[in-house]
Each structure stands twice: as structure tokens, then as C-alpha cells.
Design a binder for this molecule. Sequence first.
Ligand SMILES: [Zn+2]
Length: 70
Amino acid sequence: MSICDLCEEQAKKWYVAKPHESLRKVDEVRIYKGVKPRGFQEQDYQCLVCSAKFTHSTDKNDLPWTLWRG
Ligand SMILES: [Zn+2]
């Protein structure tokens, strides 16, 4: 599966980065409150251009932008 340039760049970004312009939210944000110190959130995205899927996580121990390669 090949992905577009914007998605290639997104996969390298820090957790505070915004999703690129062709990424759309998939499902609702998932909130994990039980994790120290302040919990974290995950949100799934899919690219309208190349259909790549990302999960964005604010968990500092996880990758900020996880690209799911098909
Ligand atoms: Zn893309």
C-alpha cells in the first residue's frame, strides 16, 4: 500500500501536530482516564487521498501518530 506525501510527513510528527488537511476523523475520540498522570486520548483518522489510517495518541509513551500500514 502506498501512501501520499502528506501522510508520510504526518507519521513523523509530534503529538501536538494537527492532522493534515485530507485527514478526517473516524469514530469518536477514546478517552483513557485511568492512566497516570492525567490520562490520554486516542483518535482515529483516515486520509481522503490515499486511505491511510492513523491513530493519534496523546500518550507520551506511545507514538503520537501511528500509521496503520495495510
Ligand atoms: Zn494520505
